[in-house]
Design a protein around this ligand. Structure first.
Ligand code: ADP
Ligand code: MG
Length: 299
């Protein structure tokens, strides 16, 4: 005969077991819910393309094909190696268009560039290159650090275009370097340097004329180049961007600054400078791509 106590015990044990398992299921579902990604869309975009690098003005993502990258243009502005930080509303959209336009024109005169095509308002598809860690600055008029270094009045024309080399390094504040440093430390060879200088001077001449036609003086510009390897053959191509972030652009008649110096020097009307350059090049997006009518040529 089964005692009353013995009959009740298995039933309550079974109940306890069921409740425990219910509790565990609910707990694990709750934990999964709590730990769900904050923004499921973000995870999807990150899964679609890997973020490779975030710099001061752009983000680089892995491109859709091997050997390609997506350059995303931000509105962030840093200057004097990030001592001054800020946001220039709409800068990314305009720089994307301006750089697309200038890289395309440069490509048309036979200078190879990394630019493939613009993808949307803020992004462009480019060929992935091995960046040469030296930026080239070509100067036509005295301004910025050159004017300071030699005590020159800003805006005076230089006897000829001057090419300077800077090491790309935020920590070292992009120091000026000589051919000796570049070749001794193996950043580039003498042959590379010859090619870099020739390409930079040609780009500078071409862009000086192009901007002149729209009533803008190209005071100076900073260029970056990279290597592309096809089997064992290496080609140097123009990379990065060309925009009012990387050039000094002054109005031809008034010498008004239409570039990032408006931000660096707190001159105000910063957005307007970028818009004016885009407008003169005919790439200011007012009502979409239909609007883009090509550069406004001055008589
Ligand atoms: P930084 O703060 O270093 O100037 P940016 O915000 O300008 O960075 O982001 C662009 C970065 O991507 C730069 O470091 C530039 O050298 C690099 N870059 C530009 N074009 C290419 C390319 N085609 N392939 C690889 N790297 C590139
Ligand atoms: Mg940069």
């Amino acid at each position: 005969m089964v005692s009353r106590a013995a009959a009740v015990q298995p039933a309550s044990l079974a109940l306890l077991e069921v409740s425990w398992s219910c509790y565990r299921t609910i707990r694990s579902r709750w934990r999964a819910w709590v730990r769900r990604p904050a923004n499921p869309w973000k995870v999807e975009t990150d899964m679609r393309r890997r973020r490779i690098y975030e710099g001061k003005g752009k983000v680089l993502y892995e491109g859709p094909e091997p050997g390609t990258l997506v350059q995303y243009f931000k509105d962030d502005a840093g200057s004097f190696q990030n001592e001054k930080q800020g946001v220039i509303t709409g800068k990314g959209v305009l720089n994307n268009r301006i750089s697309e336009y200038l890289m395309t024109r440069i490509g048309e005169i036979g200078i190879p560039t990394h630019f493939m095509r613009r993808l949307n308002m803020r992004e462009q598809l480019v060929r992935e290159v091995e960046i040469i860690p030296i930026s080239l600055i070509v100067r036509n008029f005295a301004a910025g650090s050159l004017a300071e270094r030699f005590g020159l009045q800003e805006g005076i024309p230089l006897p000829r275009s001057i090419v300077e080399f800077c090491l790309k390094s935020d920590e070292l504040r992009d120091p000026l370097v000589t051919e000796e440093h570049i070749t001794a430390f193996g950043w580039a060879t003498i042959q590379d340097l010859d090619e870099l200088v020739q390409m930079s001077l040609r780009i500078n001449d071409f862009l000086s004329g192009l901007f002149y036609g729209t009533g803008v003086k190209l005071v100076d510009l900073k260029l970056e180049f990279g290597r592309i390897w096809d089997d064992d053959e290496m080609r140097i191509v123009l990379a990065d961007e060309i925009s009012p972030d990387s050039c000094r652009l002054w109005d031809l008649k008034t010498n008004e600054k239409l570039d990032k110096d408006r931000f660096r020097r707190g001159l105000g009307k910063v957005e307007e400078g970028y818009q004016e350059i885009a407008r003169r090049l005919g790439v200011l997006p007012e009502a979409g791509p239909i609007d883009m009518k090509g550069p406004e040529v001055m008589q």
